[in-house]
Design a protein around this ligand. Sequence first.
Ligand code: APR
Length: 238
Amino acid sequence: MADLQQAKEWLQQATGVAVLTGAGISAESGVPTFRGTDGLWKDYKPEDLATPEAFLKDPRLVWEWYDWRRGLIAKAKPNAAHRALVQLETRKRGFTLITQNVDGLHDQAGSGKILKLHGDIWRMRCLECGANFPNRRCPLPKLPPHCACGGMARPGVVWFGEPLPDGMLKEAEHAVSQAQVFLVIGTSAAVYPAAGLIPYAKQAGAKVIEINTEATALSAMADCVLQGAAGELLPQLI
Ligand code: APR
């Protein structure tokens, strides 16, 4: 309780707040995480499904997996944690939401500006003409799907070994450096450069508040650790 009270005070006093979310914030919406107990990487190998090499080797296999994930996510609704962040955004002059999630649940909840570091599962990119376009068809009628130009499309997400979308990391670093509080929610802090934003925030003097059901790779760096489900803790905090 004391930690929650402390975190609340820091949040109330802050004019600038930045937030980093990971798969854990969508867990209570029924979207599987990657490294949790029933995490996706328990049953599937990232090198077979989430790298450009894997896609070139077998685009159909990769698309079967993404079509399955889209099916899961299509059934999911934003939860109380997503909604609490929309509330917080309305209250803070300086607010930036940075997410590693590709599920689009922050959008659905009504969040405004979202920096999607790892892209969006509801968008596709053409390998021929480079077009980046939305596609919410679920299930996809034909695998692999194609662009209007006839070129084969790939999922609009960032795969292992690929750079983040242009300029997005710089924008995220800038937002974090302007914040008095950096809320880190539902991420194992195992994947870089996203996880690098945590030491970056510390360096810039922000109070780091971590919300997670378990300890993470960077919990020791946090000024306040609130252990529990985001859907329960965030409404209390905000
Ligand atoms: N509330 C808060 N935290 C939770 C909850 C919950 N209800 N459920 C699970 N968690 C925590 C887990 O304890 C874990 O630390 O969420 C974290 C999820 O970690 P990962 O599965 O590793 O997901 P994430 O950190 O988002 O992964 C980063 O890795 O696989 C790639 O591109 C993918 O964006 C992803 C990136």
